[in-house]
Design a protein around this ligand. Structure first.
Ligand code: ZN
Length: 160
């Protein structure tokens, strides 16, 4: 069986940046289970997994555009401190949920200068090419219900 649309695919992954720093890994934890062809994982990784078989291991480097996107300068904005009504202490690095141009997202305070607060609505991994070490553990056809929901159920999947 090979990875294809509407297959439930179980993988172990280790994610590193170009400096070789590990950003995230499933090794030592539960594997990641996703529904192929439904945008559950970043597009570049989905493309790399297509046609792979159980037991295959591979490494793929994915450009930022096919991962979490390029850094968008227009997502960095300076706003007045009074926009943070009800927040007593503002610090660089604090994150807030906010409605940004792309819809709801997370913004991070990157600078504070008097009453001016600079926020960045880019994903923390925007602009970062990512290298994945992948091992394919399991592939099975998704159930009709999973295809309907667009995600995997059961162990390591959605519970609801
Ligand atoms: Zn569901």
């Amino acid at each position: 069986m090979q990875v294809a649309d509407n297959m439930a695919v179980s993988i172990h992954y280790t994610l590193t940046n170009d400096e070789g720093e590990v950003i995230d890994s499933s090794i030592g934890n539960e594997p990641l289970v996703y529904l192929h062809g439904n945008g559950n994982i970043i597009s570049g990784l989905e493309q790399a997994l297509l046609g792979k078989s159980v037991g295959e291991q591979f490494t793929v480097r994915i450009a930022a555009a096919d991962a979490y996107g390029e850094l968008m300068q227009d997502r960095v904005q300076v706003i007045p401190r009074e926009m943070f009504e009800g927040v007593d202490v503002l610090e660089v690095g604090m994150q807030f949920h906010a409605d940004v141009s792309e819809g709801p997202g997370v913004v991070t305070i990157v600078a504070i200068n008097g009453d001016e607060v600079t926020i960045d609505g880019n994903h923390p991994l925007a602009g970062v090419p990512l290298t994945f070490d992948i091992e394919v553990l399991e592939i099975r056809p998704a159930s009709a219900e999973e295809m309907d929901h667009g995600h995997v159920h059961g162990p390591n999947g959605h519970h609801h």
